[in-house]
Design a protein around this ligand. Sequence first.
Ligand code: NAD
Length: 505
Amino acid sequence: MTIATHQPPATTHPPTTLLARHLINGEFVDGVRGQTFDTLNPATNEVIGQVAEGTAEDIDLAVRAARRAFDSGPWRTMKAADRAKALRRIGDLIMRDQALIADTEILDTGIPIAQIKHGQVPRAADNFYFFAEMATRMTGESFPVDSAFLNYSILRPVGVAGLITPWNTPFMLETWKLAPCLASGCTCVLKPAEWSPLSADRLAHLVQEADLAPGVVNVVHGFGEMAGAPLVAHPDVQLISFTGETTTGQEIMRHGAATLKRFSFELGGKSPVVIFPDADLDRALDATVFGVYSLNGERCTAGSRAIVHRSIYDDFVAALAERVRRVRVGPPSDPQTELGPLIHPDHWARVRDYMDIGRAEGAEILVGGDRPAGLPQGNYFAATLITNVRNDMRIAQEEVFGPVLTVIPFADEAEAVRLANDVKYGLAAYLWTGDTARAHRVAHAIESGMVWVNSHNVRDLRTPFGGAKWSGVGREGGHYSFEFYCETKTVHVALGQHPIPKMGK
Ligand code: NAD
């Protein structure tokens, strides 16, 4: 087996921050207990920085600051146009520092620079520009009732939000939560993931520079059980927007029940790519390869299950194998790299374990399946293609969250839909066909929050984003974000002398 690799060029740029501290009430502070943890470079597993390790005490300080900023600060009550200006300022600062942010992100996550620079960082700025615009368009509905009443609804920010983010594409996902939260007038405590905290620290510095009132945005670093759990349990936090694993979502929902939290969950996925023989197969091939191996395969919406019509199965798998062998694995700082190292040695071991699990179940690792030759250090894992797969195998059912694609043949449309739906997840689906009627039919039949037809994962920020089944609860994006961050209040106004029943007269 030959796997394309190239040798490491110069080391990555130095990190921008070697000590990431909490941002609480407008100041960068150490944790109350003074503890820190290390963050590693996935390309070498060397320590690149220390991070304040938050605990319940830090969370409490941050939530109190966010509460004060919400109750008495100007953020909630200022003109929407002024909030929008502040959001645009953050977007501009991201664009100003895009090279620095990209360097930080590749160093901390291992995502290839080409995918960060031209994808994730500009998208992060767009999140702020987009929700700046949305802030000025927040509106309700009116319900005239004959000439007797005018009822109308208005949106009011709920309060303090806890934003809990995962380690994959951290900067983009943090901004995806922070921008609508701020646009709505809520204040927040962000708890970034412990395996990739450095870009959240950059974001904290940019927010600080944008000069929002103290306490509007607080960032507390730390581990899930130590910092995330107290945020979820805190009685002064009303909202939890969480992106991460489904099992963590279940835990958070249990924890938040006592204080009746409102949840928005973006969870795991095992998204199908269904390919019919009448599709543009060259484009389907390009999209399938990019959809699962970009962002190191650590992508919630990865199309990790190709479901291919029997009549084209052999040819399509051969073409896939050829492309997958050529995916360039290497250091994330190299512009030629297509697939960088996985986030952490523990995650590498988890992905590697799935190879043994797959083999034991009878699947064939056609390409990849292990560390690529020539890259002895770091968490490198070859682009992997698995065939001989049955849909009930763990490798076809469970989220691997790495550069691993399984392929399964189908005989007809009904079987394609059955296979696509026969998983607990339902985040995204991709569908390739030249038959318009079938495209709509199958798109409607697949159980997922989002379907892309003859398209790779291109998003318009106005559209609702989220998952069905075990992939999520609720939708964010466009005005859907405001349904989460805002209370819809209905005002009922009598326009005349309507009859009022008289009691006790
Ligand atoms: P994870 O669930 O392990 O951790 C996510 C965050 O939750 C981290 O900040 C972690 O510290 C925190 N956390 C862990 N336990 C907690 C607890 N008990 N209480 C509160 N917070 C807690 O997820 P991960 O491994 O960081 O990320 C990978 C997962 O995220 C994958 O399953 C992936 O599909 C999913 N994801 C989903 C989307 C989406 O939009 N649907 C996007 C990106 C990632």
